[in-house]
Design a binder for this molecule. Sequence first.
Ligand SMILES: C[S@@+](CC[C@H](N)C(=O)[O-])C[C@H]1O[C@@H](n2cnc3c(N)ncnc32)[C@H](O)[C@@H]1O
Length: 267
Amino acid sequence: MLVISDIEAKEILKSKSKKIWVNLYRKKIDRDELKIDEETLVKIASKKGCYRIRNGKVERIEISADHHYKLVLIAKFHAPTIYIDGIHMHRIKDVFPEQDARMKVSTLDIKYLERVLDTCTGLGYTAIEALKKDARVTTIEKDVNVLKIAKVNPWSRFLFRGVRVGRANILIGDASSMIKKFENEFFDKICHDPPAIYSSGELYSLEFYKELYRVLKPNGKIYHYVGEPQKKFQRKDFARGVIERMREVGFKNVKRCDKVKGVIARK
Ligand SMILES: C[S@@+](CC[C@H](N)C(=O)[O-])C[C@H]1O[C@@H](n2cnc3c(N)ncnc32)[C@H](O)[C@@H]1O
């Protein structure tokens, strides 16, 4: 199986070379390995998205269910993002998804074998960054369709490798209820990377923050993505509200970190 995007298809159509770059794997392959004809390439090039090629058969990586999910490569040699109902789940302006995940996770100073809770798996980029730091990662995703897309995304492979070698655990369910299963002070670090509040209010609630506080070890660190919803909803004090609620449940040193559009704090 091979995954290519509209971006490669356009390049292959333009190029005369026998060797082609497959951005999603950051490697060159033989043009013939694709086993697809020019007409199919034209089709792929004409519609933004990623495509799985198996035995000469081409399938767009998308799912239409209660919501619509698709994998989209934004820029060559960078990780793709997932769109859910037309909304991308990663930052794609001024930063690439994998870089953003790296910056978010680097705020946590993860040490060897520390236990990390990654509240929202998505395509697994933040979990992968924690795994690269040799953490033991528990990640939660409530939407199985997102995980189905992650399973065929070449950039998510390290997460599933982490599961195979016993370093990562993917739980399926709502993080706001799943978190109740964990013992007090179970995690050394928490990466909380939720979607915007309008679709996941439960992940910004005082109740959930109490749980995040409970499962974190004393002096443990948390990163909480808040984005810039004030731009969309004209609510200037959105991050301030998050900070206040985090303080209210007991977090200390709660401060904004603009570089990663979030809030960091300690227990
Ligand atoms: C911004 S994305 C996370 C990106 C992810 N950290 C990554 O690196 O790819 C948010 C994800 O949270 C999931 N989600 C939304 N509400 C949730 C909930 N209550 N519990 C767990 N996951 C949730 C969404 O389905 C989506 O995949």
